[in-house]
Design a protein around this ligand. Structure first.
Ligand code: G3P
Length: 219
């Protein structure tokens, strides 16, 4: 399973990359705004800075919601770096834009997906990734993980190459359960990735090993 980090924060991206387990980055307009990145030139420079840290797969989202606007923006984003994946919202013109980009060999990530039907449409249009937001479904008392299960099954039934990118992953159990179900990718904040390290038995076990080693060395 690929690990993507869901942030536009360069320090967090560097930390995850330095851990040696990072396969990509997802951003969205809210995450860019959180870092105070505004204006076309600054946004593009920031995406370039992210691409310079990681090896591949940097999702950069279009702001336009009409076909022509999405195509123009997406083509400009794709020119920033080969690592860019154009992120397109799950709307009618978004599906048309995904088909257009797919025919041109530009990779896409279809975002804001909340149903299996939407995911099927994204795959038919040729999306490279589909992003179901599991945490946001959980927030409204729907089961986000069941949606991942459905999409994995549907894509498997027909051999769609679109990768299931579980997004809005909020905690380690989300991540582990996505792995059990067979999601291709998870994207989450740095804390979720680093929290995978934690286990009290690891801490107490290591403390005991080191104490025993110290005692034996002093004999
Ligand atoms: O990748 C989608 C993500 O940014 C949404 O996460 O936690 O705002 O629902 P969240």
């Amino acid at each position: 399973m690929k690990f993507f980090i869901d942030t536009a924060n360069l320090d967090d991206i560097k930390q995850a990359y330095d851990l040696g387990v990072l396969d990509g980055v997802t951003t969205n307009p809210s995450l860019m705004a959180k870092e105070g990145i505004t204006g076309d030139a600054n946004v593009k420079a920031h995406y370039k800075a992210i691409c310079d840290i990681v090896d591949n797969n940097v999702s950069a989202e279009v702001i336009a919601t009409d076909f022509a606007g999405m195509v123009k923006e997406g083509e400009e984003l794709a020119k920033i770096d080969d690592k860019i994946v154009v992120k397109v919202p799950m709307i009618k013109d978004g599906i048309k834009a995904i088909k257009y980009f797919s025919d041109k060999g530009i990779r896409t990530n279809c975002t804001l997906v909340f149903s299996a039907g939407q995911a099927l449409l994204a795959a038919k249009a040729g999306a490279s990734y589909v992003s179901p937001f599991i945490g946001r479904l959980d927030d409204i008392s729907h089961d986000g993980l069941t949606l991942i299960e459905q999409i994995v099954q549907i894509y498997d039934n027909y051999g769609y190459e679109t990768e299931v990118l579980a997004a809005s992953v909020r905690h380690t159990m989300h991540l582990v359960q996505c792995a059990e179900i067979g999601a291709d990718v998870v994207t989450c904040p740095l804390k979720v990735i680093t929290s995978l390290l934690n286990h009290p038995l690891t801490d107490s076990g290591l403390a005991a090993f080191l104490a025993d080693h110290k005692k034996a060395s002093q004999k």
